[in-house]
Design a protein around this ligand. Structure first.
Ligand code: SAM
Length: 664
């Protein structure tokens, strides 16, 4: 078979395969699970028994997510649909909307385009980027894309069940290369369809070529035992008018179909019927039954035709040219302002054709969540992944819009991805302490801070402030903050570069829920000025680090008031502040009231220290752009409850706040 060769396809004479690090998933949120189900899951989990299935929305790069799915799902996925990135600039940037606020004097909603984050740009560079040296060797974007694509589909094939199918959604620019790669991975005999979907209405611009208005979907199967449910589309109106022109006395519309058999060579169907001898389509007994039931209509020459009722027809068998569904546009009901969003009806057809209820559907580039939403509506199980923070947020909101959506979890690879990174990045130091020191020095360097020694909790200084670097595999806790504050207070003025006043920047990958206000109170009491900053995921990416484009954003501050009367607790959002350096200027000026920052918030009324359990939420949609800022809950039993409020702002970042409520 002819073979497509791309740069670095072979290493030492062997085909280079995808990364195969298997990392455990972390569940960061459970959505729509009842209290009873949650309790049952906790019990099953602690007894080591298998927990019930939950659909999964995973935030992460497919490079790590796909190999991590293999342990559990190799050979288990019945259907995979992917709509991989092409022009990733458009895939990652998103339009965020500053919602109106009725109390604001200038009540003008504004929209702005949020450019891709560094991590997202990095994925773009990985997929398409070619270094200068490689370019000089003749390597092109296409080489890089094909390598990336090959690695993706090789893992997808392993995940597919024997009866499984893969649909790859592409356009005219890449489809022919992708076809060659897919033939190589799946075998040419497993190539089932090339589907042409008219993606857009005709364009006017045809000065130098025909308008490109279709996408192509390639369909492959894992074996010849693939699931296949033929699909039909309704007949065209003109056809109905021309053929189904008769109506029964009982109102049923029908056409007349000849009873004469097109095959003249059927002796047992050749007989005399009411004086006419022909080869008929049916046996004499059947003809008699049809006659008795009034299903035959005779011509003036006595030749019977039979009635074909419209309501018994399934429609036209679906072919491989799809003129529908219409693309999703600004005016579409389902549009969620995601630039590459595909219509639900398109994926509905695919899921119905190649899977059955209860089957498992996977999309590792889920974007706005279309495949997960349709799989959910069609009662399939699903796993959906995307690298984009905003994609995950958009998908979550879309899923919540489905009436009676089944519980699902939001997962990432969290600390395990970071541990894998630490092990790969700092493999040599002799012992754990030395490894941690090397890691801290690396982070301090990225933060442009100077390392200091001789202290337990303070690791560096920058612009007159101390710096603490949180561990790679654990969140910063309140106990850490207290220890940092105590040491900073004692050390103020004694360290080179630190000012008289104790001030510390605490850098962390994650922060424990209770941190926000509580930690601020603690540090204020200790008379230490503390700023919490997030170590961005981009740190894990060599190229982003090399380019020095790493920013450590300050945590947003959320003020929530809790009130309680007998068994009823009420939470009210009172303020929300996003640190200035995180937000484009045009957004800041469009915001007149703090609540306009908030796109979504959710509450766990009984946080048990496991994962955030979303028991109530309020969020903005195009149809319902408002948001509630107050909610209440009635507890069944008295007790002391930990309550967590989680806010997602219009930029897709989340901020949490923990409170304790005593119910008497
Ligand atoms: C063309 S869009 C998918 C749109 C989707 N079909 C829909 O209907 O909304 C491609 C998606 O791939 C995601 N993506 C790009 N590179 C990725 C990677 N390495 N891992 C996971 N997702 C990635 C982008 O964030 C983007 O949402």
């Amino acid at each position: 078979m002819p073979e497509l060769i791309w740069d670095a396809k072979y290493q030492d004479g062997k085909k280079a395969g995808p990364v195969r690090i298997e990392l455990p998933f972390q569940t960061v949120e459970t959505v729509n699970e009842s209290v009873q189900d949650r309790q049952r899951s906790l019990e099953l989990f602690s007894s080591g028994s298998e927990t019930e299935w939950r659909n999964r929305l995973i935030w992460g790069d497919k490079k790590y997510v796909l190999p991590s799915l293999l342990a559990e799902f190799s050979g288990q996925v019945n259907l995979i649909y992917i709509d991989p990135p092409f022009d990733t600039g458009a895939d990652f940037s998103f339009t965020a909307t500053v919602p109106d606020h009725p109390d604001a004097a200038d009540n003008e909603g504004a929209t702005f385009t949020k450019e891709p984050s560094i991590l997202e740009q990095k994925a773009y560079r990985d997929t398409w980027g070619v270094s200068k040296e490689d370019r000089e060797r003749g390597v092109t974007h296409l080489d890089r894309y094909l390598k990336w694509f090959y690695e993706t589909v090789a893992l997808l094939r392993e995940l597919l069940a024997e009866d499984g199918s893969l649909y790859v959604h592409l356009d005219w620019r890449m489809v022919h290369y992708a076809k060659a790669v897919l033939d190589e991975v799946f075998g040419t005999d497993r190539y089932e369809n090339e589907i042409i979907w008219q993606r857009s209405l005709p364009h006017g611009n045809i000065d130098y070529k025909f308008g490109a208005s279709h996408d192509t979907l390639l369909r492959y199967s894992k074996s010849d035992r693939f699931i296949w449910n033929p699909q039909y589309v309704p007949h065209r109106e003109k056809y109905l008018q021309d053929f189904y022109k008769y109506v029964d006395p009982n109102g049923r519309r029908y056409r007349l179909i000849s009873s004469i058999n097109p095959n003249p060579n059927r002796p047992n169907l050749t007989y005399d019927w009411h004086g006419v001898k022909r080869v008929w389509k049916f046996s004499k007994e059947r003809m008699q039954r049809m006659h008795d039931e009034g299903l035959l209509v005779y011509s003036k020459h006595g030749i019977p035709s039979y009635k074909g009722y419209l309501d018994e027809m399934r429609g036209v068998p679906m072919q491989d040219i799809w003129m529908d569904p219409a693309p999703v546009m600004g005016s579409s009901r389902e549009w969620v302002e995601y630039p590459t969003q595909k219509p639900e009806a398109l994926i509905d057809r695919i899921i119905k054709a190649s899977s059955n209820e209860g089957h498992l559907v996977l999309d590792c580039f889920v974007g706005s969540g279309t495949a997960a939403v349709v799989a959910e509506k069609l009662n399939r199980r699903w796993i959906a992944c995307d690298l984009g923070r905003f994609a995950i947020h958009t998908a979550r909101k879309r899923l919540l819009e489905i009436a009676e959506v089944r519980p699902f979890v939001i997962q990432n690879l969290g600390k395990y991805e970071r541990q894998a990174w630490q092990a790969a990045e700092f493999p040599n130091p002799e012992d754990q302490r030395a490894r941690e020191a090397a890691y801290r020095a690396f982070i301090l360097d990225l933060y442009h801070a100077t390392a200091i020694s001789g202290r337990t909790w303070l690791h560096g200084t920058k612009s007159g402030r101390f710096v603490h670097v949180g561990a790679v595999d654990a969140p910063v806790t309140l106990a850490d903050v207290k220890a940092v504050a105590a040491e900073a207070w004692k050390a103020a003025g004694s360290a080179k570069g630190a000012s008289e006043k104790s001030a510390v920047d605490i850098l962390g990958w994650e922060f424990n829920f209770e941190l926000n206000e509580t930690a601020r109170d603690v540090t204020a009491q200790a008379r230490v000025d503390v700023v919490f900053r997030k170590i961005p995921r981009e740190v894990l990416e060599k190229k982003a680090v090399e380019q020095g484009d790493i920013r450590f954003f300050e945590l947003a501050a959320l003020v929530v008031e809790a009130k309680q009367k007998k068994r009823e607790a009420t939470l009210e959002l009172k303020d929300f502040v996003i640190p200035p350096d995180d937000v484009p200027e045009e957004v800041r000026t469009a915001i007149k009231h703090w609540s306009q920052w908030i796109d979504y918030w959710a509450v766990d009324w009984d946080y048990k220290g496991d994962t955030f359990h979303n028991q109530w939420q309020s969020y903005r949609t195009r149809k319902e752009p408002g948001i509630e800022t107050k909610t209440s809950h009635v507890y069944d039993d008295a007790g002391r409850y930990t309550v967590v409020a989680k806010v997602i702002d219009i930029l897709g970042n989340d901020t949490t706040k923990t409170l304790v409520i005593e119910v008497r």
